[in-house]
Design a protein around this ligand. Structure first.
Ligand SMILES: CC(C)(COP(=O)(O)OP(=O)(O)OC[C@H]1O[C@@H](n2cnc3c(N)ncnc32)[C@H](O)[C@@H]1OP(=O)(O)O)[C@@H](O)C(=O)NCCC(=O)NCCS
Length: 155
């Protein structure tokens, strides 16, 4: 099996974000916003980071994260993997890289919000060692709650 490679996200990877999120089925406005975020996050290394995952030279996934100094927490703001390459450990490799960035920043931990209906995402975060934090009612839409998963680096 080919090895996942994690590399810094570059502006030229923008089209891969569009391809991946379109394949997942996201609406165009969310796809465009995520592609712009990935580029912006790759250009502000002080508090932001973005990475791409490659399999055989093809970008098959991405992650972008933000470190906040005020509470010393890092937030995963975007994570997705090409459906053609799910369950190959791509997301896990991306999340571990994001955690390494957080630790470099001396963050206390890392967290992520996702819709409560995102069973695949929730199963993934639980498998990656994240703990259920709380439900935020109406976080995404009036009819769509958010759920936060957290991983603290120290007890
Ligand atoms: C969630 C997502 C990022 C997972 O990506 P992935 O590369 O397939 O995940 P991995 O291969 O690293 O999975 C690691 C482990 O997580 C768990 N997991 C991942 N996907 C799962 C699923 N669909 N159902 C149950 N468990 C799952 C498994 O334990 C898996 O290990 P295994 O394959 O050895 O059983 C991917 O499904 C995706 O892009 N979904 C759409 C976008 C999204 O939901 N992003 C996250 C929320 S912000």
């Amino acid at each position: 099996m080919s090895q996942v490679q994690i590399i810094p996200f570059k502006t030229e990877h923008r089209s891969a974000v569009v391809r991946i999120l379109t394949a997942i089925g996201w609406a165009e406005q969310y796809v465009t916003a995520a592609a712009e975020n990935a580029v912006t996050f790759s250009q502000n290394p002080e508090t932001l980071a973005a990475y791409a995952a490659q399999l055989n030279g093809e970008v098959v996934g991405f992650i972008y994260v933000k470190y906040a100094a005020w509470n010393q927490l890092t937030q995963i703001e975007g994570l997705a993997v090409d459906p053609a390459h799910h369950r190959k450990g791509v997301a896990l490799a991306l999340v571990r890289q994001a955690e390494a960035f957080a630790r470099e920043k001396q963050a206390r931990g890392i967290y992520v919000d996702t819709p409560t209906t995102n069973q695949r995402g929730r199963a993934f975060y639980e498998a990656a060692g994240y703990l259920f934090g709380y439900i935020m009612p109406r976080y995404y839409e009036d009819q769509l709650d958010g759920v936060t998963y957290q991983k603290f680096f120290t007890g």
